[in-house]
Structure formats: structure tokens, C-alpha cells
Design a protein around this ligand. Sequence first.
Ligand SMILES: C[S@@+](CC[C@H](N)C(=O)[O-])C[C@H]1O[C@@H](n2cnc3c(N)ncnc32)[C@H](O)[C@@H]1O
Length: 266
Amino acid sequence: MSATEAFSRQSVYFDTLEEKHRVLTYLRAQVRAHVRRFIEPGDFMLELNAGTGLDALYWVKRGVRVHATDAAEGMLKQLHQKKEYSSAGRMTVEYLDFTRIEHLQYKGFSYVFSNFGGLNCTANLEAVMDGLMPFLAAEATITWVLMPPFCLREALKLLRGRWRYASRRWRGHTTAHLEGVHFPVYYHAPGKVKRLFQSYGFETVALEAMSLLYPLPEEEEWAKKHPLLTRWCSYLDSKLRHRMPWAAWGDHYIITARRKKQYACV
Ligand SMILES: C[S@@+](CC[C@H](N)C(=O)[O-])C[C@H]1O[C@@H](n2cnc3c(N)ncnc32)[C@H](O)[C@@H]1O
């Protein structure tokens, strides 16, 4: 069984999970603040692995036209059921496996967005870029949120003797277990992704870490118990997360690239 089967099963309570989850709320706000630096109200966004559409609806409300896609039927069902979706107007939804982008209902996307590690479900980001290229506008921007192969906060668990957990990313891949489904997860180093973007004529314009020292999503209880320490970690993150090597050492990182004008061919 696959990642999308696992996420389909999780889809029924996906939004509820996040509602009162301080860490996830904080992290999603960080991603949105990052994207707001680059997106414009008239943009046409293709969202890959959009899940239940939490971000898609957020961007639509801010004047962006969004085509939200995912390959988990359960996620798409949740999205279709949302009242805001039917009244959103500027939003469309399509089933799409990002490893097989051959046809899409639309083209001319000026922004491609993928949040919270959806693209860590594939080892082959080249296939994703290959698939995307015919559908992009001349001056397209890409923002992906990915998990890197080294996470400082996880590595620090070595001090507590949690060797397996601390080192689980270091081989570059692992097996995730969600909703009774096992599926492979692949970690992508920011340097590799930068080179990939470069080879398709994109220049990386921003890179920042998420949960460098700030708690990981699974450390919600720790964050609740230690609000001052959590705030302090948030402060330190804000000072370090844009600088190398820290930018590459978070639980996730946000990377944004823009197509250089001389490569534009649409
Ligand atoms: C952690 S969830 C994130 C969902 C959403 N981006 C968010 O931030 O709430 C990962 C998503 O990736 C999707 N996904 C996994 N493999 C996929 C694939 N091959 N094609 C498209 N979507 C995929 C899953 O169905 C799931 O919705």
C-alpha cells in the first residue's frame, strides 16, 4: 500500500489534528509568511499534494487563483466537502500524482507550491520538474517545503541514547508508518534541490529552516509544558534559520526558486 492510501485514511481527522496543535499552527504560519514575500494577488498557483486544502483556501482568500491537486482520494473528498471551497470561485481541484504529471486541466501557472513534505514521498524530484515544465508561465516561482537528511533537533536525541530515532534520516530514506500503512520517505538535501532547480533554469532565492531548535510537531506536549523555552527556541530559530548551515538543519526547510528570464520559453 502507498503513502496516498495512508493519507486518505488520515484525511477524515487531518484538519482536526491541526486545529489546536500549537506547533503545527506555528509552522504553517511560518510557511505562509515565507510565501507572502513572493506571491502576488494575480498569481495562478498550482498546489501539489494540497491535502484537505488548508493552504489553498488561505491563498484563494488572498486573491490568488489556486488549482489544488493531490493523489489521495480521501484528501480530495474532504476538500470538496468544505463550504468555503464551493464559495471560493477562484479555486479548482484535480486528482494528480505529482510523479506522473502528463496532463493537467490548466497551464500557465505562475506559482508552484508544495507544503509539509508531500514531495518527500518520492525519490525522483527530476520527474516532478520534468512533468511541471510544460505547464509553467514564463516567470514562474516555486516554493517547496521538504524534509532534509539531517535534522539538528532529532540528532540531539543521541544525547538521550535514542540512536535509531536520531539517525533515521541519515541513509537518505526511511519507512514511515501511518494509519497501519508502511511507505517509503526520501530525504532531500537543500543543495541537491538547488542544483535541480538550476538545471531547469531556476535560481534559488530563499532558503529557511523550520523547527531548527523550535519543537518538532510530535513534541507538542513538550512545547505546552515549556512555553518560555519554546518562545526562546522560536527566537533563536528566527535569528539562525536563514543562515547556512542552519538553514539546512531543520525538521523541514522552505525553498523558493524563480525562473531566470533567459530560460523562459512559454
Ligand atoms: C503531510 S500531507 C500535507 C498536505 C498539505 N500540503 C498540507 O500542508 O496540509 C502530504 C500530502 O502529500 C500527498 N501525496 C503523497 N504522495 C503523493 C503523490 N505521489 N502525488 C500527489 N500527492 C501525494 C498526500 O496525499 C498528502 O495529502
